[in-house]
Design a protein around this ligand. Structure first.
Ligand SMILES: Cc1ncc(COP(=O)(O)O)c(C=O)c1O
Ligand SMILES: Nc1c(O)cccc1C(=O)C[C@H](N)C(=O)O
Length: 419
């Protein structure tokens, strides 16, 4: 039997603490599965753009010759035509807790959300209702597209203004649900603060009020366990370029609960979502299944890289990934308290691990300038207005020492301003 690594203690200095956590990390070996970038000493932005896996780099390089080049148009019959669904099923299985036949890979998250919202609002069960519940702190695209849809469809937006310390709670949602509520659209993990919403409970409350629920999973898919089927979620969508490491602009996934899809009419009726695309018939007849949410030719090359990340996630397991995510965010908070709070930094993310996704946001009036300096030093978090640094911690590719390097670099930048 091997002796378990000693638990890192707060008495150790930050470097020793991070080193002890890295030494005890059961997922540490996964870091070697990603393409290194020589000038980056701490990549803390995996929730904007995940790193490429080495396997994906190889797959992308090969594809031009052995895939596209060798198979040419035959590739569509052999696998590409089905890829939006086969890949959707794999995402459903590995990260969403979704049985096959409910998940597709499509367009950008924005467009997938648009299609799902429009389809949901026309569902006969809610078509007579005119309110859509949305969080004022939700990601801009969610808010903007709902504003557009509300204007298009004569609906009213009901804005939640949650307590910043608590994020969106079931009580916030319950307070606005009613006979007029058609749809609730919320983010599972809030893009700025990292608050993790109680998705099963909010879903239950919305259903009790006769409304549908759509979860934006951009900041949870691949980092936080999700169980869409078990939670009874109606609709969901999420990015694949964050914790699913699909590469810049890789297409989003969409989920439609079994039993609902055949009742939904999506607004961009294209030939690739038709029942028999190659019949090229006179009128649109939707595919009976979730394929109806595909519109035009799917972006096959942009669906390659995420396949390798899904293999890594399946190997590591979502529970182990979540456990490391919690430890990474805990270290970020501990080091922030110790090294940054004395310099005036405030924590904008939840302290309770169960209420937190895989990023931590900290605020300081100088951060708009600090981030530029950090990037020059190869420390790469991102900046979110008005003055937040967001530390996005992607469990399979981020080390504890990167967190330490990042926090110490922020401290040094703030101290330089005090000189
Ligand atoms: C919560 C959330 N929703 C939606 C999006 C937008 O996705 P896209 O640019 O792929 O449409 C993002 C990030 O860009 C996001 O963080
Ligand atoms: N999608 C992005 C992009 O195209 C460029 C820069 C950043 C992004 C992001 O993913 C932003 C991200 N969704 C956020 O949570 O802020």
């Amino acid at each position: 039997m091997t002796t378990p690594a000693a638990a890192p203690t707060a008495e150790l200095d930050p470097a020793a603490r991070a080193a002890a956590l890295d030494a005890a990390d059961p997922l540490a070996a996964y870091r070697d599965r990603f393409v290194p970038s020589d000038d980056v000493v701490a990549y803390l932005d995996g929730n904007s753009l995940g790193r490429p896996t080495k396997a994906a780099a190889e797959r992308l390089a090969q594809f031009a010759t052995t895939g596209w080049g060798a198979r040419l148009i035959r590739g569509w019959d052999e696998s590409w035509y089905e890829l939006p669904l086969t890949l959707g099923d794999r995402i459903g299985d590995v990260v969403l807790g979704a049985a096959p036949g409910q998940t597709f890979v499509g367009d950008s998250t924005t467009v997938v959300l648009y299609k799902l919202v429009r389809a949901a609002l026309d569902l006969p069960a809610v078509a007579g209702r005119d309110e859509i519940v949305v969080d004022s702190g939700n990601f801009p695209t969610d808010r903007y597209l709902l504003e557009g849809i509300a204007a298009e469809r004569g609906k009213r937006l009901v804005w939640l203004h949650p307590d910043p310390a608590a994020g969106v709670t079931p009580a916030d949602v319950a307070a606005v649900l009613g006979e007029r509520t058609a749809l609730v659209l919320l983010s599972h993990v809030a893009y700025r603060s990292g608050h993790l919403a109680d998705a099963p409970e909010i879903t239950r409350l919305a259903h009790d009020a006769g409304a549908l629920v759509l979860w934006d999973l951009c900041h949870s898919a691949g980092a936080v366990p999700v169980a869409l089927d078990a939670w009874g979620v109606d609709l969901a969508a999420g990015c694949t370029y964050k914790y699913l490491n699909g590469g810049p602009g890789s297409p989003a996934f969409g989920y439609v609960r079994a039993g609902l899809v055949e009742q939904l009419r999506q607004p961009i009726q294209g030939w690739m979502g038709a029942d028999a695309p190659f019949e090229m018939g006179p009128a649109y007849a939707p595919h009976p299944g979730v394929r109806r949410f595909v519109s035009g030719t799917p972006p096959i090359t942009s669906m390659l890289a995420m396949q390798d990340m899904l293999d890594l996630i399946a190997g590591a397991g979502m529970d182990a990934i979540r456990a490391k995510s919690v430890r990474l965010t805990e270290l970020a908070l501990d080091l922030t308290d110790e090294l940054l709070v004395p310099l005036g930094v405030e924590v904008a993310s939840p302290r309770e691990a169960g209420r937190r996704g895989s990023h931590v946001t900290i605020d300081h009036p100088a951060f708009a300038d600090v981030v530029g300096e950090l990037w020059q030093q190869g420390v790469v978090p991102d900046f979110r207005r008005p003055h937040g640094i967001r530390l996005g911690l992607s469990p399979l590719s981020t080390s504890f020492d990167e967190v330490r390097v990042g926090v110490e670099a922020i401290r040094a930048a703030l101290l330089r301003r005090e000189d």
